[in-house]
Design a protein around this ligand. Sequence first.
Ligand code: B4P
Length: 198
Amino acid sequence: MLMFNLILFGPPGSGKGTQSEKLVEKYGLVHLSTGNLLREEIANRTPLGLEAKNFIDKGQLVPDEVVIGMIGSCLDHHKKASGFLFDGFPRTTAQAQALDKLLALKKTEIALVLFLEVSEEELVNRLLNRGKTSGRSDDTNETVIHQRFTVYKNETAPIADHYKKLKKFQAIKGEGSVEEIFASLCQAIDKRMKALAS
Ligand code: B4P
């Protein structure tokens, strides 16, 4: 069976995690969120988690070799998956290249990259709001939030070009209700699935 591998791409707070939960339920994909995996490591106080916390608290990215290793072992654990939803990964050029290689080893590739487009003002509001209840250290301090945007612009946004060249990139309006955005994402996925099946 043909695998369907999707990347949900966008700045911090654009709704990747929110929409991923709904998408994996509808399409039966395996959800791989590097943010969630790292927070689990932190909660379990593992050596990897302790290292990651230093970076996340400052609004920086965790080193490539750490996240690439995590994704590699997750892919190995899900040998029978019908597809993966990558949420918050890749975030650097090195991660994008590593993902291409890991998928090639499984004789598959990325089918589609959906980019959630949200204004910076809305992003700050969402993150500060989440910080009030989640207690996430990277959501409570506005300086850290702005550092995350700077890192996103410098290190993550440029990888969009890689997928644009491959004609796998599509921007989706990420403002509006969660249901409206979900409907737009599903429309794009269904169209791509149909094209791949024909
Ligand atoms: P992540 O956990 O990936 O997440 P995020 O960018 O903070 O948010 P996301 O886009 O998932 O937003 P969400 O749906 O939750 O990253 C955290 C940190 O981990 C990074 O800064 C980095 O340090 C580290 N990290 C993770 N992956 C890494 C990698 N590959 N390499 C290196 N480091 C890595 O939505 C945000 C809020 O908005 C929520 O409160 C939600 O309820 C709300 N919201 C969602 N949709 C909405 C809508 N339509 N309207 C209003 N509010 C909405």
